[in-house]
Design a protein around this ligand. Sequence first.
Ligand code: ADP
Ligand code: MG
Length: 702
Amino acid sequence: MRRKATKSRKTAHSDSSPLISDPSLAKHGKAALAALAKLGIRREFDLVLHLPLRYDDETHLYRISEAPHGQTVLVEGTVTDNTIRYRPKRQLVCTVEDDSGVLVMRFLNFYTSQVKQLAPGTRVRLFGEIRQGFFGAEMVHPKYRVVRGDAPVSDTLTPVYPTTAGLSQSNLQRMVHAALAASDLSDTLPPQLLGEFKLPAFRDCIGFLHHPPPAAEQTALQDRSHPAWRRIKFDELLAQQLSMRIHYDRRRNASAPPLPPRGQLTRALIERLPFKLTRAQHRAIAEIRTDLARPHPMQRLLQGDVGSGKTIVAALAALQAIENGHQVAIMAPTEILGEQHFSKFSGWLAALGVSVVWLAGNLARKQKRATLAGVAAGEAQITIGTHALFQDEVEFHKLGLAIVDEQHRFGVHQRLALRLKGAKSRAGAQPHQLMMSATPIPRTLAMSYYADLDVSVIDEMPPGRTPVATRLVSDARRDEVIQRVRDACIAGSQAYWVCPLIEESEALQLQTALDTYQRLLTTFPELKVGLVHGRLAGAGKAAVMQSFQSGEIQLLVATTVIEVGVDVPNATLMVIENAERMGLAQLHQLRGRVGRGAGKSTCILLYQNPLSQLARERLKIIFENSDGFEIARYDLRLRGPGELLGARQSGMPMLRFANLNADLDLLEAARNSAQQILRHQPAIAERHLRRWLGGKQHYLRV
Ligand code: ADP
Ligand code: MG
């Protein structure tokens, strides 16, 4: 998405290189521009919005003899000596004197040019911490600069900006300074809005944050609770909310085939189900039913914890489309899950005469051609596939609904590609879209990041589930775990054994899985043991999963490929090796593979000592909590929203200033204001977005 935006900008200013989207930055030279781009700075105003990490207090110049030790201070003096010493280690040692005392300045890393620069007689200003050292009172690696003539001391705190290799702090400071002087800092927001939320003027806040007076309250600056920070955070959140609402409204105005509920198929399926739908499922279905009947594309996210029963909701949505003569595409992130959906949907729908096809990645050429022809002719009413669904060769006759399972696993481009399939088919319009996610998202995040979607939540588990018991077991007690697996399998249950996660290397991950499998084969000669991992070819994977599903395999050794969606109710025991390496969301998802039937289930988290502080905390959380929403709240605190949402692939940049844990009140204010502004003052929205997003639709979700 972002790449695309840069491209179109490039054509707009064809005289600039892709890095320079703002001609007023061009003066800085290529290397600096590349560094700026790395910091996300592409136009002059981005420099205005590049706020300090912290501040140095260089407002007070101490006499050397009076400067307090143990805190950063500014002193000034004349270099009287300058020697490279070799003991205890090669270093540059300079003596600096003022009329009150002497100080040693020491550099363990230095350039030869510095030796010349600091020749005796040079007047220097040093900023650093004085300590009692090897050579007496000394500063090691102070920030320093050579002063000539009259150099007044700064009357504001010195900003320290986040920077990157190839861009010095002082250069960046100069650039920001120049940008502040050259930019329009007038307010984008009307006074009554600022009054309502007690927000100070933009110009004042920006000036204050770049150059606060020495008396400014340091903690409020550091923890960003200062009113100036709150104003900036409000602006950022408002830009985000505005752009997402605009996007939402725009899509709301696009056309989609109306698919009113007709009831024949959906009713027939509900009658055949071996269970009764939960109230939460009914509610979600009702919301979807209404959406589909509209002549505008549905954009709905269906959220529900692992095992809450999203698949049947998706099936009922699919049937409503089929009742109206439209096709449905269902996309799953893994072959295992796709295959499982295929068998589940086939099981539910074959008796209703609905044709379901599985577009596996590894179909033989001839078979594939036949399947694709069926999809293009409209004979396939439901097409289930993985990423293979996006390929150009897949053409639908009349695509009315696209369902994306585990949507956070897909990138923006993939979702866009699927939507285009609908536009190209005979339906001629965008298909309705239902996205499903088992990553429960705390309310704050949902409000912020899904402001452009409608959200249905299944907040209730099907009845009769016994909660999964979680056990934390040190690797030293592995024997007991082995006995437990043996007992469970001999008693007729099945078990998963999840291999350690090796994130650094796929080859190593595979090797670990193979080793674990070999080891467990020897450990359990009396059991039928199977292995499934990501590198297994599609058909092989399917065969293993099938054998596990049918009960033939008793113990399934698996990598985290089974993390999403796999549903085998007879499996009641899961062992996760090196659980301390896994994240909270992952552990929760994995654990959700058991406890799916009536039997009592257990999840054993094997861990290796010593545990890091973070690992200990994660294991404690997963041990104490079973509610996915609760776990997600902890996860948000431990990891931050970026990781939690998989935002890197969502195509949306994360908020830079606002913190969704701390700034819920601002988020709510921004959200309400966005709606008011769009309704009554669209010109303000435009100006505000131009300032914050530079015309780019940054927060746009496809
Ligand atoms: P998820 O939300 O994780 O995708 P699934 O749709 O796979 O969950 O459902 C988990 C299991 O619960 C499946 O075996 C499904 O058939 C079953 N199920 C779904 N809804 C109900 C219900 N209302 N009552 C009983 N079992 C249900
Ligand atoms: Mg699912």
